[in-house]
Design a protein around this ligand. Sequence first.
Ligand code: MRU
Length: 386
Amino acid sequence: MSVGAVPKTIEWIGGLEGHVVMIDQTRLPSELVMLECRDVQTMWHAIRQLSVRGAPAIGIAAAMGAVLGVRDCGGLDRDGFLKKLEEVCEYLASSRPTAVNLRWALDRLRRRASVYTSPRDSRVPRLTPGHDPTEIKQALFEEAKRIRDEDEAMCRAIGRFGEPLIRPGSGVLTHCNAGGLATACWGTALAPLYAAHGLGRSFHVFAGETRPLLQGSRLTAWELQQAGIGVTLLCDSMVGSLMKSGRVDLVITGADRIAANGDTANKIGTYAIAVLAKAHGIPFYIAAPSSTFDLATPDGSRIPIEERDPDEIRRGFGPLTAPPDVKCYCPAFDVTPAKLIRGIITERGIIQPVTKSRIASILREWPILPRNRAAKLKSCTPSLGE
Ligand code: MRU
């Protein structure tokens, strides 16, 4: 995200010897504070404690964290380096289990490194087992930056495909934060809103506060206000009543993992919203880049759901709001079945209807985002009138 005076959500400063700077999202909205990560442990904790959060952003963070984890390991030959990379990737993958973007980004780095052991491209030198791994380090650094740049392009494309869904004067409900703070740019669910806003269209956003960690109120409401987009905050329990009042025309949320059949894991509470949307005849859309699809997971029942500390419910932001020893139910995500999802807005177009074959064909048709699109990016601003 880079809206007006708001800095980028996450970026690498300098060359391979540099460091990562991110907005510390645990401090918003009361303070806009930057967090510096110079080693992999700091990055692990930043992901775990949600200083950086949102599926695409933690993919970027993990990729940059892996570079931090291997760049200082001197004295290793090729095989020692690859072993270290594997350890670092597994360590980072343990930070949060649900968003597949995290593993997707780490797998990309692994694949990039493996090019040097069995190159298919004659321009890439084959590094023998005892070879110095400096070249691999540099390649991983470039790959991590590319993942970030491509994420900007994906957000923009999702914005363009989703923008026609935002009718003039409509009310759009979103949940959690799937905006610029969750990605390198405009976000996923919020990208169509930024796009429509950039075209001068007027509409209104309703943001559910998203208990227990309040990403909707702390982050989405703040982010939309920074961009000058009208937003009304509501408690999660008010969604049914709001829908019944006729003020919601469309729901768009993000996703943390989309199974092969379209079942979608997203922030806890999303499933209830989808059921309510169905009951009120309101179209429910998911917005997500292709890096959020996990075709190896056949359906939602196989998606690992993160359980978080019960104190996030009992005393989320300081004072106790429950008996200190009361048992809590605390999944961080839930799964919305594909049959409740009208369409999935991706950087390749809208997948509609949401079926296994439709998903497979869209992902197959465009296996990777063309590199030249990422290279042509301009800086990310909320104006799409280009
Ligand atoms: O626990 P969080 O804040 O990382 O959860 C984030 C969400 O559920 C988002 O909706 C999802 O990651 C999509 S972000 C573009």
